[in-house]
Design a protein around this ligand. Structure first.
Ligand code: SF4
Length: 228
């Protein structure tokens, strides 16, 4: 697994747990609003952090840290992800995985092997219209498989959408319909500041009032929804 960043301590990445965060390099999506281009575009990659250094660090933090969050980039791109998760689990840590949801087969394996304790899965757009956000049309069937798999799994999870203005009310309604029955969903406020002071990006943001109004779309379809 190619690791481009490692955060030794976080109170916010895993709900209610003290965790470390592994940032993997590489992503099959090209979301126009991506906040982590240095983990997506190979020409921007920083030198890899050897996994052995991370394992050594975690070994010394047993009993102090509770969990490890694996994010990216897109972690499921890496052929040895499952092996890495096994090594981390063997040390006694909980694992949270962030994913864009494009590889249900990998998620299925980690669920079946009890390697994941919390899944945060993006639902970036109506399932048939991913190209307007991610740069290519992800097969909707794969996304549907991921959503159903996560809803049916005996694992904590959340779905989330980064809400930009090109996602209109009807789009959010379609997203709500696609995750009907889900436990938890967040509308994540798009932060143009992290992309630079660009006018076009500023225009892509809903304000808090608008976002809270839009969140109500999810009221009937999920057990809990929130804005952050
Ligand atoms: S899926 Fe995530 S990491 Fe990949 S391009 Fe989109 S926002 Fe960036």
């Amino acid at each position: 697994m190619k690791v481009g960043g490692f955060q030794k301590f976080s109170l916010i990445e895993y709900p209610g747990k003290i965790c470390a965060v592994i940032f993997t390099q590489g992503c099959n999506f090209r979301c126009w609003y991506c906040h982590n281009p240095e983990l997506v575009f190979p020409e921007l990659y920083s030198p890899e952090i050897p996994l052995i250094e991370i394992y050594d660090f975690l070994e010394k933090r047993k009993g102090k840290l509770e969990a490890v969050c694996i994010t990216g980039g897109e972690p499921t791109q890496h052929a040895d992800l499952i092996e890495v998760m096994k090594r981390i689990k063997d040390k006694g840590f909980l694992i949270k995985l962030d994913s864009n949801g494009s590889r249900p087969e990998v998620l299925k394996t980690m669920i079946e092997l009890n390697l994941v304790d919390y899944l945060a899965i993006d639902v970036k757009a109506p399932l048939e219209e991913y190209s307007k956000i991610v740069g290519w049309q992800v097969p909707a069937e794969k996304l549907k498989k991921t959503i159903q798999l996560v809803i049916d799994a005996n694992v904590d999870y959340e779905f989330l959408t980064t809400v930009v203005k090109s996602l209109v009310r009807e789009d959010l309604q379609k997203i709500a319909d696609s995750i009907k029955g889900a436990k938890k969903y967040y509308l994540q406020k798009f932060s143009p500041l992290r992309l630079g002071d660009d006018k076009q990006h500023k225009e892509e943001t809903y304000n808090d009032k608008e976002l809270n109004r839009l969140a109500k779309i999810f009221e009937k379809n999920v057990k809990f929804y929130g804005v952050r």
